[in-house]
Design a binder for this molecule. Structure first.
Ligand code: 4NP
Length: 159
């Protein structure tokens, strides 16, 4: 199972999502390949925003080694699940994916419990509190996604 997390810049939300989901997947023993990308190339090659790194580190997740890259058409073939942070990312990715792969593109927060927000708000122009809020949304969705994946592929320990 290959999963790609995507936001606009690939320096705030999607690297945090990548780090948080990698930690949850490791805790649960899930067999997944995980990456992240941006719909823009604005921050290609850059490390995550220091505020994103700090919010992740406060939750025990080290994302300092990640580097930004732009999502490309080949990603839409290569990944099984492409998870957008907001509606604009979703539309851009569906266009990039084309009719054959558009079904792989979903909002990440669709995996959070009912009643939660549907979009991960862009924290770039806000303060530290925005990053902490983003992290709590991402963790809820990561747990929900892990629950779904476990349903599809029960771990040997529970079979
Ligand atoms: P991200 O946040 O999409 O969560 O990585 C942003 C990062 C940079 C910009 C916008 C959003 N920017 O305008 O440069």
């Amino acid at each position: 199972m290959r999963i790609l997390f995507v936001c606009l810049g690939n320096i705030c939300r999607s690297p945090m999502a990548e780090g948080v989901f990698r930690a949850v997947a490791r805790e649960r023993g899930l067999d997944v390949d995980i990456d992240s990308a941006g719909t823009s190339a604005w921050h290609a090659g850059e490390a995550p925003d220091p505020r994103a790194q700090a919010a992740a580190a406060a939750n025990g997740v080290d994302i300092s080694a990640l580097r930004g890259r732009q999502a490309k058409a080949a990603d839409m073939e290569d990944f099984d699940l492409i998870l957008a942070m907001d509606e604009e990312n979703l539309r851009d990715l569906q266009r990039l994916a084309g009719p054959r792969n558009a079904g792989k593109v979903k909002l990440f927060l669709d995996y959070a419990p009912d009643g939660w927000e549907r979009e991960v708000p862009d924290p770039y122009y806000g303060g530290e509190a925005g990053f902490a809020h983003v992290l709590s949304l991402l963790r809820a969705a990561a747990e929900g996604l892990a629950d779904e994946l476990e349903k599809d592929a029960p771990s040997p320990a529970r079979m």
